[in-house]
Design a protein around this ligand. Sequence first.
Ligand SMILES: [Zn+2]
Ligand SMILES: [Zn+2]
Length: 259
Amino acid sequence: MIVDLHNHTPLCNHAKGKMSEYINVAIENKTKFFGITDHAPMDFDPKYRMQFNDMEQYEKDVLHAKEFYKDKITILLGYEVDYLKNHIDERVLNADVDYLIGSVHFLEGWGFDNPEFIGAWETQDIDEIWQKYFNTIEEMAKSKLFDIVGHLDLIKVFKFMPKKAVKLLAKNALIAIKNADMTLEINGAGFRKPIAEAYPSLSLLQEAYNLSIPITFSSDAHEPQQVALFSKEVIQLAQSVGYRECAYYIKRKRFMISF
Ligand SMILES: [Zn+2]
Ligand SMILES: [Zn+2]
């Protein structure tokens, strides 16, 4: 895929392979803009992310790769940042990057997408969990701290589906995303998970299109072989609702390119 803006490195302790291996797969797949966005440090859940004192080396390494590969591909520097109240750190928000992805992986401290804590799904009303999740996405958008919404409907990962229509649960979140002028990623990682489809679903993407919310593409790769693995599927999904161009960011400014 031409743009692939969400990819990890082993610094987060749950990804494998060298940065150069990820980049080489992206080049083989004719990617023009490849974003490296490892999990930003945070004083919560530190074992699944880099530490604050890794930031400098991480940014140096990505910028070094940007220079090294500049004739073959444009490497972009970013972070995937958790929107988790009282744990969002200025050092990350003020980092000199191309863009920040805002993601919700925790609801009141519960890592709902982590198989380690899957048991908690049995103890709460599924519709309430979903509504809480999209309320948090809405808050994240309203914070205006981030450029891209990470995996909009990650809450579906284990296929615990709500009774209420997802469109209704996500309605205010999508309006907030539009008002914050954020970009939505179409993330292929969902194909590797029990839900076995992209984030977001076709019906949410259709809503986003109706609101003229821009999109981008991402592999969310945690190993080199996952780069561009579902590129055909995500591009087809975007085209099916009418999208013809996708976004990338340089120094927090959005640019659009046809795909
Ligand atoms: Zn990760
Ligand atoms: Zn994520």
